[in-house]
Design a protein around this ligand. Structure first.
Ligand SMILES: NC(=O)c1ccc[n+]([C@@H]2O[C@H](COP(=O)([O-])OP(=O)(O)OC[C@H]3O[C@@H](n4cnc5c(N)ncnc54)[C@H](O)[C@@H]3O)[C@@H](O)[C@H]2O)c1
Length: 257
């Protein structure tokens, strides 16, 4: 197993990509700490991890708030002993054009999508430096961090910042053998995405994608395991890995005869 003896903590791990990553890391031997706003889904995820024979623990927390992030790390250390891997996964987006955005919409987006990544990465890095055994900090960014898809400027800006802050931290933290990387998913079929579109709309839009389907949370989780594992990615830091089924590629067009 690739992550035996490791402890991973995950923000927003109650469902979607965070939950799939929690289960995938547990299958590779890691013990798992999760926080989320959603208490019952968080506890269900913990039960599924425990059924795999790993230790798991959940706390309800709003990672937009520094105090909640500090409590998450303090409790994680008490319950699980240490932290070797951080997955910054929680995020949210208010989708509106610039001219309609309220300051409150931007704050609502940046709290979990940007500030939580700063808070949790800093807390994880401080702890990992003290532990002295290196570590892996992984943040879920997005293809929207590199392509300016309309109606999501607050989210796009936050995801771009996550990529660039992570590269900076990779440079600062390499001396402690702490690797810092980001993942840019394309369109992944999660409960969060299902809030924005019906099944019919999803199928119609998926047919226009190069690979004709949405990605699965388990596929992103495979990349999380890769970046978490020193065996697989011990020489990878400051990278942003895209898994988007070709989402951002130019589309083929039929040339006129
Ligand atoms: N699904 C996609 O198409 C897609 C594409 C690119 C990037 N992403 C990114 O992947 C990550 C996971 O997205 P998902 O699609 O699985 O979403 P999701 O909404 O299904 O899951 C996100 C989880 O984060 C939690 N969360 C949100 N705000 C929080 C807060 N303030 N404090 C604690 N927990 C909070 C939610 O309760 C939820 O359980 C996000 O960073 C998202 O931006 C998703």
């Amino acid at each position: 197993m690739k992550l035996e003896g490791k402890v991973a903590v995950i923000t927003g791990g109650a469902r979607g990509i965070g939950k799939a990553s929690a289960l995938a890391m547990a299958r590779e031997g890691a013990d798992i700490g999760i926080c989320d706003l959603l208490a019952s889904e968080g506890r269900e995820t913990v039960e599924e991890i425990e059924a795999l024979g790993r230790r798991a623990w959940f706390t309800q927390a709003n990672v937009a708030q520094r105090a909640d992030c500090e409590r998450f790390f303090d409790e994680a250390r008490q319950k699980l002993g240490r932290v070797d891997i951080l997955l910054n996964n929680a995020a949210t987006s208010v989708r509106k054009p610039l001219i309609e955005l309220e300051v409150a919409d931007v704050e609502k987006t940046w709290g979990p999508t940007l500030w939580s990544v700063f808070h949790c990465s800093q807390l994880a890095a401080r702890l990992m430096v003290k532990q002295g055994d290196g570590g892996s900090i992984i943040s879920i960014s997005s293809v929207q961090g590199v392509r300016p898809y309309p109606l999501s400027s607050a989210y796009n800006g936050a995801k771009a910042a996550v990529i660039h802050m992570s590269r900076t931290w990779a440079a600062e933290l390499a001396q402690y053998r702490i690797r810092v990387n980001t993942i840019e998913p394309g369109w992944i079929d999660t409960p969060g995405e299902r809030q924005y579109a019906s099944e019919e709309e999803i199928q119609a839009l998926a047919a226009q994608l190069p690979l004709k389907r949405l990605g699965r949370p388990e596929e992103i989780a495979g990349l999380v395991v890769f970046l978490a594992s020193d065996k697989d990615s011990g020489y990878v830091t400051g990278s942003s890995l895209r898994m988007d089924g070709g989402f951002i590629l130019p589309r083929m067009t039929k040339l006129e005869e």
